[in-house]
Write a protein that binds this ligand. Structure first.
Ligand code: PEP
Ligand code: MN
Length: 375
């Protein structure tokens, strides 16, 4: 059971104290308080765990600080929908909205290699009106002798250049909690020119200790990629690990599944699960067409598979696109062959708009059909 409190309920107020006293006297029920600090108000939710079937919702609602009570009937306690359409389905960060109802593109370098390439990338993004990018500094690699990213040494110039060209949020993978500390230090050193969305990659989806430590991270939102060899339910539970520790600002990323059935793509595309994740949880959903397709192959019309699958995800309601670009793919230290080229950025963004408009039209069509059949 979740008790949703009135916005800005003071923890020092009598009513809150009475409620907490009442809860602490209940047998076999533990309570956990989650605060969601927005720009305008703080929302507090109290999660009651244990023998909650015996509790009366009416009684809980009689406390004046309780706005309403949600009975949890399914999994994903914090991030799930639980048939309650009123709980937020978006995250606000650095003035950018990441919601189930909108779309952001994170085009950028798979891995930071040189300051020159970072600058070419972020300048092009600014020219195209973009405010987000992706950059890797810590790269998990299959082969231990492959380049694993420049690590903390590249952070200061990467952050400064991003800020200089108006980028507000960088998605950056971390593979260990010390990387989060290094990111904090580099942001401080450079005067916080940009915001960071921590990325947990597909190889770490079930790294529970990493999930728990990032779950306790108070500042950064997190993009959690689906594990490439586990069920959707297992990956959604991994997201719930973050939220259960306190960080519920989670965006869920689909990036394809490892199976030869997906050949000749690098992974089997799973973007049909965009609407499923929307239905089960309150998380915005990201798609990664680069790491799922893994090539620049195109159809006879000259449309690359990367473009086709991006459109497929967006037409089903995807909220974020993470995509590899590189100014000199032949020189890229990671994933050059799948990268889109700088002169394809405008074309890619336009193609995305076509798919997004089709999605919005589909929403209107569904609404008019459903209104007519209800009448
Ligand atoms: C990435 O986005 O750079 C990446 C390594 O993705 P994934 O974890 O999906 O393989
Ligand atoms: Mn990559």
């Amino acid at each position: 059971m979740i008790l949703i409190l009135q916005a800005d309920t003071a923890k020092t107020g009598d009513d809150y104290r009475h409620l907490m006293e009442y809860l602490s006297n209940l047998n076999n029920i533990q309570s956990r308080v989650h605060d969601e600090k927005g720009t305008l108000q703080t929302l507090t939710e109290i999660y009651l765990v244990g023998d909650t079937a015996t509790l009366s919702a009416e009684e809980m609602e009689s406390f004046t600080c309780v706005e309403r009570v949600v009975r949890i009937s399914e999994e994903y306690r914090v991030l799930g929908r639980h048939h309650d359409a009123k709980r937020p389905t978006h995250v606000d960060y650095k003035g950018v909205r990441f919601g189930q109802d909108n779309l952001n593109v994170f085009a950028g370098l798979c891995a930071v290699d040189t300051p020159e390439h970072v600058e070419i990338m972020v300048r092009a993004l600014q020219e195209h009106g973009q405010q987000c990018t992706r950059m890797g500094a810590y790269k998990p690699r299959t082969n231990p002798y492959s380049f694993q990213g420049h690590g903390k040494s590249c952070l200061p110039y990467a952050f400064e250049l991003a800020g200089k060209y108006g980028i507000k949020v960088i998605a950056m993978e971390v593979t260990h909690e010390t990387h989060v500390q290094e990111i904090h230090e580099a942001l401080k050193l450079t005067g916080h020119p940009v915001g960071i969305m921590l990325q947990i990659g597909t190889r770490n989806t079930q790294n529970f200790e990493l999930l728990k430590s990032i779950g306790r991270e108070p500042e950064f939102p997190v993009l959690l990629k689906r594990g490439f060899g586990i069920t959707l339910e297992e990956s959604l539970n991994a997201a719930e690990y973050l939220a259960s520790e306190g960080n519920r600002r989670v965006i869920f990323g689909l990036r394809g599944m490892k199976t030869n059935m997906g050949d000749p793509h690098r992974n089997f595309i799973d973007f049909a699960h965009v609407p499923v994740v929307h239905r089960l949880t309150r998380m915005p959903v990201c798609i990664d067409p680069s790491h799922s397709v893994g090539t620049r192959e195109a159809t006879k019309e000259g449309i690359m598979d990367v473009f086709h699958v991006t459109a497929q995800g967006i037409i089903a309601g995807a909220n974020m696109v993470l995509v590899d670009f590189h100014p000199a793919p032949a020189k890229a230290l990671v994933d050059g062959p799948q990268a889109l080229h700088m002169d394809e950025l405008g074309y890619f963004l336009e193609d995305i708009q076509v798919a997004r408009q089709a999605y919005e039209q589909r929403i209107k069509l569904a609404a008019s059909h459903n209104a007519a059949s209800a009448a």
